[in-house]
Design a protein around this ligand. Sequence first.
Ligand SMILES: Nc1ncnc2c1ncn2[C@@H]1O[C@H](COP(=O)(O)OP(=O)(O)OP(=O)(O)O)[C@@H](O)[C@H]1O
Ligand SMILES: [Mg+2]
Length: 234
Amino acid sequence: MLEIKDLVVSYGKIKAVKGISVTVEQGQVVCLIGTNGAGKTTTLRTISGLLRPESGSILFEGERIDRAPAHKIVTMGVAHSPEGRRIFPRMSVEENLLLGGYSRRDSELKDDLEAAFELFPILRERRAQPAGTFSGGEQQMLAMGRAMMSRPRLLLLDEPSMGLSPLMMQRIMQTVRTLRAQGTTILLVEQNAQAALKLADHGYVLEVGSIVLEGPGRDLLASDEVRKAYLGEE
Ligand SMILES: Nc1ncnc2c1ncn2[C@@H]1O[C@H](COP(=O)(O)OP(=O)(O)OP(=O)(O)O)[C@@H](O)[C@H]1O
Ligand SMILES: [Mg+2]
């Protein structure tokens, strides 16, 4: 579904992504783990068209998207739930959701809202509440609900568990499973390696812009390198 080949992304003279190749098969959850500054967010922002690669290619369902504008990439079926959630605090929950559906027809929006409410019932109960008054976990649900409003076939999720309690984190990871079961393919960026690798079909470990390890989620979770570097085990 997604094929990234030899991707290089720079900020001026700084190379943040140094020639990575990542494949995401339809129906999978693929995770990208790595420490601060590894290039995870840069990779997601490049896939969704917010950054331009210096070289390399990105194919989505066989079509090059690495030169396509971001709004076109959304209509092709790729949605991005960004790092830090980026909700609009003064707008209501429902208004935030509707922003995620800007590429959809008016006639589709009611069903799209209904689907987001079904995924996270609290969004329905609190639809009129200013989004800025939501807790961190609730804001994460809103960010994911908003991304789902464009009915993506591929969802890019950047650190959904950041700052959440263990219980809320479990809730979010359970939703990732639900979305996969419903047919959404997911590229998940996480610093919480344990939680991400447990559910991922395939994982990649990124270190300062390069992939140093890849494999099935469970294999990575069991590997000595990952246990030492990411799970703090000796
Ligand atoms: N707008 C920018 N201008 C210059 N350098 C940047 C910019 N954004 C990111 N970088 C640099 O690119 C590198 C990769 O950053 P990126 O945000 O992709 O990392 P990350 O893996 O998402 O890290 P984190 O886990 O902390 O979110 C870092 O060295 C960072 O300082
Ligand atoms: Mg990041």
